[in-house]
Design a binder for this molecule. Structure first.
Ligand SMILES: Nc1nc2c(ncn2[C@@H]2O[C@H](COP(=O)(O)OP(=O)(O)OP(=O)(O)O)[C@@H](O)[C@H]2O)c(=O)[nH]1
Length: 345
């Protein structure tokens, strides 16, 4: 029996790991043989730590994007998983900047054809940022394209973070999603809450829609957007005319040397420049014992106590054209505690 494969896509910080955590909790109860394959940019594995403790093997492909630079490693990684673990299901979480079309291309490769069955692509969309990311005026061309492809090639759209938008904005986002992908059902959610049986009964190119959605216009999805010339150029190691977003996205990490001041660190994250698209990691605050998992997107900063003390105290930054020195310099100012307040007279 081929293993069922589900592809989780969606822009940086949209809620993919949050969904995965819920899904794994559900699958654990069902006693299934599941393997998670995670892809993160950069050498530090932040999301993988969040998936420990579910009792399933988590395989990691770090420091590259499975849609382009380490595409070969995806095929290799899958082959290894199939041979050694013989799973019933494989859940793949892509990086937030992966173009799903290239990953789908790999998953439907003849070599893997009879060993896996791609059940579908689930796209997690951040309702609070989608319109902005989709705007050609505020995003780079390659970013817009990736964000759109993440929606276009989805078999199910999880419209997440609806707690952060008004009803009016939510309707505008939905309208845009339907324009991009009239076929995929849209599920609105907070904290990626969805009936998980819906995910598991997912079918590629399904036509089921929410009652509230407008009538659908069937479209033919195509796989492989690269031209023959580009494929030839790529096989020769030459630059193609369709550079992926990954080409311009960079990451760097910073290892903390001790605890930082909570307020200063929060301000530092809120003040990160716009070209830092995502920051996440683990940190210790002065006067607190537990490790904190922090999450930053351009409109949200969150701190959660993290019970597992395993991970390193490290911050990972993802963006374009980032001034690393400036960011590290500002971060180093967070170590000092503010002077104790003068006692009232
Ligand atoms: N306000 C709000 N926050 C959410 C919601 N869903 C997830 N989050 C938070 O958003 C942050 C990012 O969520 P993740 O699940 O890590 O996002 P991701 O897509 O896996 O991020 P990357 O892997 O870095 O691309 C976390 O701190 C979540 O707790 C939601 O519906 N509303």
């Amino acid at each position: 029996m081929p293993a069922d494969v589900y592809l989780l896509t969606g822009y940086l910080g949209s809620g993919k790991t949050t969904l995965l955590q819920k899904w794994l909790t559900h699958l654990r109860v069902q006693n299934e043989n599941v393997v998670v394959l995670m892809n993160e940019m950069g050498e530090e594995d932040i999301d993988g730590e969040q998936l420990q403790g579910f009792g399933f093997p988590v395989k990691k492909l770090l420091d590259g994007c499975i849609c382009c630079s380490i595409k070969g490693e995806l095929t290799e990684g899958l082959r290894e998983i199939l041979n050694s673990l013989q799973p019933d299901r494989i859940l793949i979480e892509t990086t937030g900047v992966a173009d799903p079309i290239d990953v789908i291309d790999t998953l439907t490769h003849p070599e893997l054809y009879d060993r896996i069955e791609l059940k579908g692509t689930i796209s997690v969309v951040d309702a609070s940022r989608f319109l902005d990311l989709n705007s050609r005026f505020s995003s780079t061309g390659s970013l817009v394209k990736t964000v759109r492809n993440q929606v276009k090639y989805a078999d199910l759209i999880l419209l997440n973070k609806t707690d952060m938008v008004s009803d009016e904005q939510l309707q505008r986002v939905k309208q845009k999603l339907i324009e991009l992908n009239p076929q995929a059902p849209i599920h609105t959610a907070v904290q990626a809450n969805i009936d998980l049986n819906r995910l598991q009964s997912l079918k590629r190119f399904e036509h089921v829609r929410d009652a509230e959605a407008v009538p659908t216009v069937p479209v033919q999805k195509t796989i492989g957007r690269m031209s023959t010339m580009d494929r030839l150029k790529q096989s020769l190691g030459l630059k193609t005319s369709t550079p992926s977003l990954y080409n311009s996205i960079e990451t760097f990490s910073y290892t903390f040397t001790g605890p930082v001041d909570e307020k200063k660190f929060e301000d530092f994250l809120y003040d990160l420049p716009k070209n830092v698209y995502r920051a996440k990691g683990y940190v210790l605050f002065h006067g607190k014992k537990e490790l904190i998992s922090f999450q930053h997107t351009d409109n949200q900063v969150l701190f959660f106590p993290f019970e597992n003390f395993g991970p390193k105290m490290v911050a990972v930054f993802i963006g374009e054209g980032m001034d690393q020195e400036e960011i590290k310099n500002n971060l180093s100012k967070c170590y000092a505690q503010p002077d104790a307040e003068a006692p009232c007279q």
